[in-house]
Structures are given as C-alpha cells and as structure tokens.
Design a protein around this ligand. Structure first.
Ligand SMILES: *Cc1c(COP(=O)(O)O)cnc(C)c1O
Length: 362
C-alpha cells in the first residue's frame, strides 16, 4: 500500500515551538518569552473588536479596504500597494511559495528569524544562511552567499532574536549590489520600537526599486498577536502576486476592525515605545553589569549570552523554578543565549533579581 506522501522539504520542517505560558506547580507566571507588549493593546482596539461581533454572520471585506486606507494615511503610502495578511508570518509563507520552489534558495542571515527557513522548506526550497558579524547581519556576507538559485533574501531589521539592526545606508548598499531578480524582503516587525535616526523600515527602497518588499505586523508594538494581522508594502507586481496567492478572506473581520482602531491610537504606540526604550536599556545595563554579554537591541527584547550552553540551560531552569519564562535559543544556533522580552517594570526587576541570584557569589 502506498500512502499519501507530502512534497519534498515538508518533512524536513521542525514544527515551530512557541513561547510557553504555563509552568507546572507555579502560580504566578511572568512570561517574557514571546516579544509581547507588556502594556496590552489600545483600548480602542478592544472596543472595535467587541463591536465587530454584530456582523459575525458576514464574510469580512476580502480586500481589507478600510484598513489599507488607514495604513496608507498613517504611513503616507499608496493603499493599492498594501496587502494584509494573517500575521506577517502568512506573508512570509506566501512570498516563499510564490517566488521559490524546489531547488531554489531562500537566503537569510545566520541567526535570522526562524520562519524564513521554515516556509522556504515548505515551498520545497533550500534555506541558505550567511554568517553574521557580531551577531549582526553582514551585507558583504549576504551578497557573497547569493547564487544563481537565490530567489528571495529575507532580512529582519531589527532582527529577532539578536535585536541588532542595519542602517538605512546598509540596506541601500545591499539592494544596490543584489541581483535584480532576487526579491529583498525587509521584515520590520519591530519598526515601531526603533529610535535610531539612521534607521529605515525599508519603505524608501520599496518606493525606489521594483524588487523590494517591506513586512510589518500588529503583533508587537500594537499588542494584537492573538488576532493575527500583518501587512506587506511592495511594488505593484509583487502586490499583484500576493493578491493572487492569498486566501480571499485571509484576514478576519475582527482583526481588520481592531487593527483599524489601533492605528488611530498613536498615543498607545508612543507609550509602548517609551516604556520599551527605558526598560530595554535598563535590562541591558543590568544584565551586562552581571557579566552577561548583551548585544545592542533595537527591539522589545534583549539577548543574554552566557559563557556556555550549560550555563544558559541552568539559568533557564533557575528562572523557571521562580515562574519566569524566557526563551531558549538553541533552535536559533545560539544555545548559550536566552532571549528576554522587555516586560512590565516589576517583571523586569524580578527577572534581573533572579539572574543576579543565579549568577551571584555562591
Ligand atoms: C514576531 C515577528 C514577526 C511577526 O509575526 P506575526 O505573524 O505578524 O505575528 C515577523 N517577523 C519577525 C522577525 C518577528 O519577530
């Protein structure tokens, strides 16, 4: 008997394991494992979500017209060049499937976001990594890793899980030296948190070229990961492709309603950014003072690097016993590291105190 067999690549995928939110035998959990917004989300988004229940019997607007118009107004860009997705994850997957197939290569930096390799494999393509320098994507190494089979280059900027970031000049240089038929996907999931002046979320390149797409999400600063909402801004040809391959109703009415309201509440984003900047820098300083190596982070998390993977594992166990959940990084090739999301003030203080206890004199 011959049983149904999935396409090549599919069984190479290790199923994604998300951050945990429960620990057996511990009452009070502090979850700093999934880069979630400790301030929640905009109250206006909650109200809009509640109001959306009156139309549960209706299909959503498949074109997310009102949401795209609001994104266009908010960012000063053309709504016709936006596609919304069920999280930016969906859009990463659609780009892989639309532009890469068996034998093709999807390129990303060594410690880039895991979903790129996962969706590349799902499309039958081969994920290829380029070495980083100081845990930062390296433009020359990425260019050197391009082959005839390279179809898409994904660059998370800032990158998850390292937190490191390339400048607008770096991105321009990357695009200028990259073959025209290689699609550059700039994943700016943490753009709202970036305060550096030399940063670009990639929209300038989207506008200046025909082969660059920017990905954004409502899962991080907007605090709406439960609803699954992301969007892509790209050249008309790429947007046309995404509109052909996406599901006709890929974004729920609830997500559209809440996203629209969240967009109008810029005060919540400003508050989230200010909270994050203060506590991220506080956490980085505290952890460095404890002797850990912490690369500069532009996101809402820091990477804490221990002297060995055994120490990182022991620290993780120590934290878990105290109800603190952070993220192990072995899956990212960083077994000596733990990723810590910036939490509420008292959560950050608890984390730092527990690590001080773990690392302190015996
Ligand atoms: C969290 C994250 C995403 C967004 O995921 P959603 O599917 O929108 O929830 C995308 N890229 C990176 C680098 C991320 O860290």
């Amino acid at each position: 008997m011959t049983l149904p067999t999935p396409q090549p690549g599919v069984l190479d995928i290790a199923p994604y394991v998300g951050g945990e939110s429960r620990l057996d035998g511990v009452d009070r959990i502090i979850k700093l494992a999934s880069n979630e917004n400790p301030l929640g989300c905009s109250p206006a988004a909650k109200q809009a979500l509640v109001a959306s229940v009156d139309a549960l019997n209706r299909y959503p607007d498949g074109g997310a017209t009102a949401l795209r118009a609001a994104l266009g107004r908010r960012h000063g860009i053309d709504p016709a060049r936006i596609v919304c997705g069920s999280g930016s994850d969906e859009l990463i997957g659609l780009l892989c499937h639309a532009y890469a197939g068996p034998g093709d290569e999807v390129l990303h930096s060594a410690h880039g976001f895991l979903m790129y390799a996962l969706y590349a494999k799902g499309a039958g393509a081969v994920p290829v990594t380029a070495p980083e320098t100081d845990l930062t994507a390296d433009v020359d190494n990425l260019l050197a890793a391009v082959t005839e089979r390279t179809r898409v280059l994904f660059l998370a900027n800032p990158n998850n899980p390292t937190g490191t970031c390339l400048t607008a000049d770096d991105l321009r240089r990357l695009r200028a030296s990259l073959r025209d038929d290689v699609l550059l996907a700039i994943d700016a999931a943490y753009a709202e948190y970036v305060v550096a002046n030399d940063y670009s979320d990639g929209r300038d390149l989207v506008e200046a070229t025909a082969n660059t797409v920017m990905l954004r999400t409502f899962s991080k600063a907007y605090g709406l990961p439960a609803l699954r909402l992301g969007w892509a801004y790209g050249p008309p040809a790429v947007i046309d492709v995404l509109n052909r391959v996406r599901g006709p109703f890929n974004v729920s009415a609830a997500a559209q309603a809440a996203g629209l309201a969240a967009l109008e509440d810029q005060a919540f984003i400003d508050l989230s950014r200010d909270h994050n900047t203060y506590w991220r820098d506080w956490l980085a300083t505290r952890l460095r003072d404890l002797g850990l190596d912490v690369p500069p982070s532009a996101g809402n998390f820091v990477l804490a690097r221990f002297e060995s993977s055994e120490r990182a594992e022991a620290a993780d166990a120590f934290l878990r016993a105290r109800g603190l959940i952070v993220r192990r990084m072995a899956g990212y090739g960083l077994p000596e590291s733990l990723r810590v999301t910036v939490g509420a003030g008292d959560e950050n203080e608890s984390l730092a105190a527990a690590l001080a206890e773990f690392l302190g004199p015996e």
